[in-house]
Design a protein around this ligand. Structure first.
Ligand code: GUN
Ligand code: ZN
Length: 429
């Protein structure tokens, strides 16, 4: 039956909550009903106000339903790189990540891993991802095909990289352009899929390839752009050495027309005031990757400073520099990174961030990240008592804020009872 009603406690954000008491920023319904049909949310109301005739009612009480989580930066071909022991970013890339990514030239392997990868995202409550594929067109092809089969909203792109990596992982300025062009023609805007033009980072692209990326960006203004920026000091120094005419790392991307509103820049940790100003002017979106930044020892993302300059930040797992697929664990580590800088992230803002906030960062807030009528029916069912330790903590909970904070600090895939994509349950299916 296509017409279904989800009965549960419902939470969805209308805008970013300014304080924990900002109750106008969200809708919370204690006995709510979500009418879903044709992959869209048709009603979001008190359960007893929803017309149930001809609909299958799925009762998820007493659990909490909220929009599916959105992960704005992670790497498909790093599914088997997580937990690789390295001193810092460049060693980690050279010793583990690049060798692993060479495997993604094989379409059969890519197809298997695309299934595993998207199963992991669903198991952790992530319903939309903006992911890097490997340099091989076949890896993006496999990920698009698997997302399409699941009717999942997904943005990806093959990385462009033509230097400073093993042979099996290099394209050329021309082949990077041609492969990207063909993938855009085949997948961009098809159903729920979108293409991200993906020069990996300044170190692995020659000036000629940056020009190719610039041409692609100009030819496809509605494609996202994703790359890495200012993650660690050795990376910054090498980038500036490779592009000596640029004012700084950010200026490398600016010179090649890669900074615009739909550009997402992973990490963005060690930025000067000039760079922050340039990003603000372009409307580009820095992406906070807390588990990765801690794991690789890259540094502390200064969320308050960037926000103070008017920037909109995404938040992401950055698998496999990141250590968990869970956006709950991403928030837990993000909370600690901000604590170390005297910045407080309250749970309402945290849950806004991984739902509507990341949708805003992607420019997709009219379609995903909320439970409002007309939105795509991507949502998660959460149980804040999923483990014995969480259940004991919840016995002392004083309301929604404590429940959210328990999920944020202690939760992971065990707290995700079910994940719905375009109205269909997909966890463990
Ligand atoms: N910079 C360039 N490539 C990568 C990557 O795969 N992971 C991280 N964390 N940083 C990068
Ligand atoms: Zn990354």
């Amino acid at each position: 039956m296509d017409r279904k009603i989800i009965r549960a406690r419902l939470l969805s954000f209308l805008r970013e909550p300014q304080t924990p008491d900002d109750t106008q920023s969200y809708r919370y319904i204690e006995d709510g009903g979500l009418l879903v049909e044709g992959g869209l949310i048709r009603s979001f109301d008190d359960f007893d106000k929803i017309e149930t005739t001809g609909a299958q009612v799925i009762d998820h009480r007493p659990h909490l339903v909220m929009p599916g989580f959105i992960d704005t930066h992670l790497h498909f071909p790093q599914t088997q790189v997580i937990a690789s022991w390295a001193a810092e970013l460049l060693d980690w890339l050279n010793d583990y990540t690049f060798p692993e990514e060479t495997r993604y030239c094989d379409p059969n392997f890519c197809a298997i891993m695309a299934r595993e990868f998207l199963n992991l995202l669903s198991a952790h409550g992530t319903t939309t991802a903006m992911a890097y594929a490997s340099v091989h067109a076949t890896s993006a092809e496999a990920l698009f095909a698997e997302a399409q089969a699941r009717n999942m909203r997904l943005i990806t792109g093959k990385v462009m990289m033509d230097r400073n990596a093993p042979d099996g992982l290099l394209d050329t300025a021309q082949s990077g352009y041609d492969d990207t062009k063909a993938l855009i023609a085949r997948w961009h805007g098809k159903g729920r899929l979108g293409y991200a033009i993906t020069p990996r980072f300044a170190i692995t692209s020659t000036p000629a390839q940056m020009e190719a990326a610039q041409a692609l960006a100009a030819e496809h203004p509605d494609c996202h752009i994703q790359t890495h920026l200012s993650e660690n000091h050795a990376e910054i120094a090498l980038s500036c050495q490779l592009f000596p005419d640029a004012k700084d790392y950010t200026d490398i991307y600016a010179r090649y027309g890669l900074l615009r509103e739909n550009s997402l820049l992973g990490h963005a940790i060690h930025l000067s005031d000039r760079e922050i100003g340039a990003l603000a002017e372009a409307g580009s979106k820095p992406v906070f990757c807390p588990t990765s930044n801690l794991y690789l020892g890259s540094g502390l993302f200064n969320d308050a400073k960037l926000r103070g300059k008017g920037l909109v930040n995404g938040i992401a797992s950055d698998i496999g520099g990141g250590t968990s697929y869970s956006m709950l664990q991403t928030l837990a580590e993000g909370y600690k990174v901000l604590q170390l800088q005297g910045q407080r992230m309250h749970p309402f803002r945290a849950f806004h961030w991984i739902t509507r906030g990341n949708a805003v960062a992607l420019g997709l807030e009219d379609r995903i990240g909320t439970l409002e009528v007309g939105s795509e029916a991507d949502f998660v069912v959460l149980n804040a008592r999923a483990t014995p330790a969480m259940a004991l903590r919840m016995d002392r909970a004083r309301g929604l804020m404590d429940e959210l904070f328990t999920l944020q600090v202690m939760g992971d895939d065990r707290a995700v009872v079910q994940t719905y994509i375009a109205g269909d349950a997909c966890k463990g299916q």
